[in-house]
Design a protein around this ligand. Structure first.
Ligand code: G6P
Length: 515
C-alpha cells in the first residue's frame, strides 16, 4: 500500500496525545460521526492506496480518535473502500498503526447527489453562509437528506453502548440527533459540533424545512458552535420558530418536547506545536528553495490557502491586489501573491461559477501587470506536503484571509502557528469566526476594496517591531486555543453531562472583542 494526502487545511492527524479526557472516556466509549472519512482506500493500478483527508475537520478529529479509541462512522467514498472492510463494514484506522475503528456507510449515486450535493451543500451550506441566492432545493434533496441521516443513525446504533458519547459533526447530520435520541439508551450523550456559521433568524427563516432542522438538532444533549454570535443566533431561531421551546439565553439551554439541550461555544484550534515543528524541517526549507527558484518568486510574498468556495472571498482579494498594484507601481515585480487553492464540490453550478470567476480574475491581473520575468499571481491546486505548506506560511510576508463568511477559518491559525520567525502580517476578514480570537490581525471587510488595499499597504510598510509585537500576540492566542484545548473542552463538557454535573457553560474565553 502507498500513502498520500489530499486537501489544503492542515490540522495534522499526527501526534496523538494521552490526556485526562481520553482516560476518562475509556476505550470504545466515543463514537464520532462525520460525512468525510479520515482515510479512504483507492485503486492505484493493481495496488490499493490510502488517502489521508487533510481537511480541518477530519484531520483535527483523527488525533482525538487515536488517543481515545472507539468508532468513527463516515461515508465510504473511496473506490477501493469496500475491498478492505470486514463483514460489518469496518476497517482499523489509521491503517498503518490502528487505534480505532472506522465504520463506513455506503451511499449510492442518488444519495450523493441529493443528500451531499443537494440538501447539505445547496441548502444548508448557503443558508448558514447567508448566501440565500445560492439555495437550490428539490423535494428529493430533502427526502434523501432524511433517509441518509437515518442510515447513519443505524450505524451509530450498532456501535453504541449505554454511557457512550456520540459526537456528530457539522451540517450533514442535522436530523440524526433526534432520530438517535429515540433509539439509544438514556445515558448515552448525544452531542454535535457545528463547524460553520449559524445565521440570524432573518436569514434562517428562508431555510426550507427549517423547523425540522431545529427539532433534529434539539435531539442533542449538547450543541456547540465556534463563537457566541452563532450560539445566540441559534437560540433566537429556536425561540422564534418553535412556539413550544423554552430558551434560557443566560444558561444556554433549550427545553423542547420535555428534553433539555445545552448550547455553548468552543472555538476550534489547530495543532500549533506540530505546525511550528514542520515549518522548521529540512523538507520545508528544500521546498521553499525549489519553489522560489522554479517560479521566480519576488522577494516579498503574500499567501492565500482556500477551498475554491464562494464563501472564501477570493475574487474580492484579487480585486484588492489589483488595486494595490495599480496604486503602487513600484511594487510591480516586488510582490508575488501565491494562491494555493483546492477544488471542491464542482458538480454544483454555484461552485463552477466561482471557480471560473477566480480563474478569470487571476488571468486579468496577470495580463494587466505581469512581465516576462514576473507573474503577479501564482495560482496552483496541486497537492503539497504538510511540510511544504508550513514552509509557504512561514516564508510569506503576509497572509490574505478574506472570507465573506466563515465559521472559523483554520488557515488563519495555521499561518500564525507556522510564523516561527514572527515577521509576517495577518490580514483577516472580520467575517471569519477566527476574528474573535486573533485581535492583532489587520481586520478588513473583504468587499471594501479601498480599505482592503489600504490594509495591504499598511502591512507592507509596517515597522519590524510592530510586526513582531502583533505576531507574538497572535501566536499566544492560537497556542492558548489549540486543538487539544478545543477537544478537551468538548469532551469534558460531554462527560459532565453524562455524569450529571449540570451546566457545561465555560467562563468566557479570551477574545478580540467581537461577539
Ligand atoms: C468545511 C465543512 C466540513 C467539510 C469541509 C470540506 O470545512 O465544515 O464539514 O468536510 O468543508 O468540504 P467537503 O464538501 O469536501 O467535505
Amino acid at each position: 500500500m502507498s500513502n498520500n494526502t489530499t486537501g489544503t487545511d492542515d490540522a495534522d492527524p499526527d501526534g496523538a496525545q494521552s490526556t485526562d479526557w481520553a482516560d476518562a472516556i475509556g476505550s470504545g466509549g466515543l463514537v464520532v460521526v462525520s460525512n468525510r472519512q479520515p482515510y479512504s482506500h483507492t485503486y492505484d493500478g493493481d495496488d490499493i492506496a490510502v488517502e489521508v483527508q487533510a481537511g480541518g475537520l477530519t484531520a483535527g478529529l483523527d488525533p482525538v480518535m487515536q488517543s481515545v479509541g472507539g468508532t468513527w462512522v463516515a461515508w465510504g467514498d473511496g473506490d477501493a473502500d469496500r475491498e478492505v472492510v470486514d463483514e460489518d463494514d469496518c476497517v482499523p484506522a489509521p491503517p498503518e498503526d490502528p487505534g480505532y475503528t472506522l465504520r463506513r456507510v455506503w451511499l449510492d449515486d442518488e444519495e450523493v447527489d441529493d443528500y451531499y450535493y443537494g440538501f447539505s451543500n445547496q441548502v444548508l451550506w448557503p443558508i448558514c453562509h447567508s448566501a440565500l441566492t445560492n439555495v437550490t432545493e428539490w423535494e428529493r434533496y430533502w427526502e434523501q437528506y432524511q433517509s441518509v441521516n437515518e442510515r447513519f443513525v443505524d450505524a451509530v446504533e450498532a456501535h453504541t453502548d449505554p454511557g457512550d458519547i456520540v459526537w456528530f459533526q457539522d451540517y450533514h447530520f442535522a436530523l440524526s440527533p433526534a432520530i438517535a435520541r429515540e433509539r439509544v439508551a438514556d445515558d448515552t450523550v448525544l452531542m454535535q459540533f457545528w463547524h460553520i456559521p449559524w445565521p440570524a433568524w432573518d436569514t434562517f427563516r428562508g431555510c426550507p424545512h427549517g423547523e425540522a432542522i431545529l427539532e433534529g438538532l434539539l435531539g442533542n444533549d449538547l450543541l456547540v458552535f465556534h463563537v457566541p454570535r452563532y450560539r445566540e443566533n441559534f437560540l433566537h431561531c429556536v425561540e422564534t420558530a418553535l412556539d413550544e421551546a423554552e430558551v434560557d439565553h443566560e444558561a444556554g439551554t433549550v427545553t423542547y418536547d420535555g428534553y433539555e439541550t445545552q448550547v455553548t461555544e468552543f472555538p476550534m484550534g489547530v495543532q500549533v506545536d506540530e505546525i511550528a515543528q514542520r515549518a522548521a524541517t529540512d523538507e520545508a526549507e528544500e521546498f521553499w528553495a525549489d519553489f522560489t527558484e522554479k517560479y521566480n518568486v519576488a522577494d516579498t510574498v503574500a499567501v492565500g490557502v482556500d477551498r475554491l468556495d464562494y464563501s472564501k472571498g477570493i475574487p474580492e482579494r484579487l480585486r484588492a491586489l489589483e488595486q494595490f498594484w495599480e496604486r503602487n507601481p513600484e511594487w510591480r515585480g516586488q510582490l508575488t501573491y501565491v494562491e494555493k487553492g483546492s477544488e471542491t464540490r464542482s458538480q454544483i453550478p454555484a461552485y463552477q461559477a466561482i471557480q471560473q470567476r477566480i480563474e478569470d480574475a487571476v488571468e486579468r491581473v496577470n495580463d494587466r501587470f505581469g512581465t516576462d520575468d514576473w507573474t503577479p499571481v501564482l495560482s496552483f491546486e496541486e497537492y503539497i506536503s504538510k511540510e511544504a505548506l508550513a514552509s509557504l506560511y512561514r516564508h510569506s510576508d503576509l497572509a490574505l484571509i478574506s472570507p465573506i463568511r466563515d465559521g472559523m477559518n483554520l488557515v488563519a491559525q495555521e499561518y500564525v502557528a507556522a510564523q516561527i520567525d514572527e515577521d509576517g502580517v495577518l490580514i483577516l476578514s472580520d467575517q471569519a469566526g477566527a476574528g474573535r480570537m486573533l485581535d492583532a490581525a489587520l481586520m478588513v471587510k473583504p468587499q471594501n476594496t479601498g480599505a482592503f488595499t489600504d490594509a495591504i499597504e499598511e502591512a507592507l510598510s509596517m515597522r519590524d517591531a510592530e510586526k513582531r509585537a502583533r505576531m507574538q500576540r497572535l501566536r499566544e492566542q492560537v497556542a492558548e486555543n489549540d486543538l487539544a484545548t478545543w477537544t478537551g473542552l468538548n469532551l469534558r463538557a460531554a462527560m459532565a453531562l453524562r455524569d450529571g454535573e449540570g451546566s457545561v457553560r465555560e467562563p468566557e474565553l479570551p477574545t478580540g472583542g467581537q461577539p
